[in-house]
Design a protein around this ligand. Structure first.
Ligand code: NIG
Ligand code: FE
Length: 394
């Protein structure tokens, strides 16, 4: 992760939506007779890959945002019936076209900020019909927008009020009733669970994830977000592609994770947005040799930002990554956590031509200019899908 492979005065040749060649401009130009675009004083970087997001929901939790300024914590709000379950109510009540429009708006925002591949979870329906509705909308939007979307079933996001006090029964219902439909209709390739104190216990989560695996789903999971339960290691041992959040990860866990293949997905925007001082031990994880990726965790309650650029800035400022490490975590490693690093995540001949023109002379200035959208253009499969005209007119 220490070497981003930067090429000074470089060029990228694109043909039929794929990268044909990358290298010093002088070399690439010798064999090029196609159209030429020049971007002086800019960087060309791979499209960002957000490997953890919750983009489909209705309603607003802005009141919780304000409550937190008065001292309420995310977990207290959840226990009092707010949090995830309040978004579930609003989402169930939204009609399908409104819900699709809201989600489309969120996804466009991700694209505008340079995300070209995205993992998107359901999880605000919490019953068979509603979860299927969310997954279907995500699938449709993936076909409609110039964004590759990997769809994850997160029916195990919280225990719905209908199953209060019966978390195990709820999970059994998901396995028996929902998994078969997902498989039959091809609605999701991935299954995730929120393993957390007061939500789903480690033992329940493992049983559920094993059932998902038996149905042929690939696994990722919310683990060690607020309390240390020993979930990350247990879930990684099952063969999960990623364990996500990890704010409460311990030194012993780091050692044990080294013998698994799971990517550690860190989302510093969540700690930041919750006003928490608890960040995942990212520096230590990289030094130990773990594969670390970045995601936004975009959702109504704990992270209201779809900016992977902000995630990179916070990775540098709070997790103590170098700018190189932040860039690799947000691209190649993120792709790896989704099992698609053969296709996207770096600028290499043969890969999909998903890349960004970023308005900085030196790529290290990207996370340095925090909280700003410096993406000038977004190219998806070789086609310009976002052009930042603002820059051009002033
Ligand atoms: O990743 N942790 C669980 N899910 C989200 C929060 C969702 C919500 O609050 O609506 C998260 O932080
Ligand atoms: Fe999440």
């Amino acid at each position: 992760m220490a070497n981003a492979g930067v090429i000074d005065a470089g060029a990228i040749a694109v043909k039929d939506g794929r990268i044909a060649a990358v290298g010093p401009a002088a070399e690439i130009m010798k064999n090029w007779d196609g159209i030429l675009w020049e971007f002086p004083d800019c960087c060309i970087v791979p499209g960002l890959i957000d490997c953890h997001s919750h983009p489909i929901f209705a309603g607003s939790r802005v009141h919780e945002f304000t409550m937190r300024t008065q001292g309420a914590t995310y977990e207290e709000i959840h226990q009092a019936g707010g949090g995830i379950n309040s978004t579930v109510q609003a989402t169930r009540a939204a009609d399908t076209s409104a819900l699709k429009a809201l989600t489309r708006r969120n996804l466009r925002c991700a694209l505008m900020h340079g995300t070209t591949t995205l993992e998107a979870k359901s999880g605000y329906g919490l019953n068979c019909e509603e979860e299927i509705r969310e997954l279907s909308i995500l699938r449709e939007l993936g076909q409609e927008l110039p964004l590759d979307i990997a769809v994850t079933f997160l029916g195990a996001h919280a225990v719905p009020s209908e199953y209060a006090g019966r978390a195990g029964d709820y999970l059994d219902m998901l396995v028996e009733k929902v998994f078969p439909v997902l498989k039959m209709e091809g609605l999701a390739d991935w299954v995730d669970i929120f393993c957390e104190q007061g939500i789903f216990e480690v033992e329940q989560s493992i049983k559920y994830l094993k059932a998902a695996q038996a149905w042929g789903f690939k696994l990722r999971a919310h683990a060690e977000e607020f309390h240390h339960l020993g979930s990350a290691v247990e879930i990684a041992k099952l063969g999960a592609y990623s364990v996500d959040h990890l704010m409460a990860l311990t030194e012993a866990d780091i050692e044990l994770l080294l013998s698994t293949n799971a990517v550690c997905v860190l989302m510093p925007c969540t700690s930041f947005f919750l006003g928490s001082e608890s960040y995942a031990p990212g520096r230590r994880m990289i030094d130990a040799g773990l594969c670390v990726a970045l995601g936004t965790d975009f959702n109504a309650g704990s992270t209201m930002s779809f900016s992977m650029q902000m995630a990179m800035s916070l990775a540098v400022l709070r997790l103590k990554f170098t700018p190189e490490e932040a860039l690799i975590a947000a691209t190649a490693n993120s792709a790896h956590s989704m099992g698609i690093s053969d296709r996207v995540g770096s600028l290499e001949a043969g890969k999909q031509a998903d890349f960004l023109i970023v308005d900085v002379r030196d790529y290290r200035e990207w996370p340095y200019r925090f909280g700003e959208n410096l993406v000038n253009k977004v190219f998806k499969k070789g086609v310009e899908v976002i052009g930042n005209t603002l820059w051009m007119k002033i």
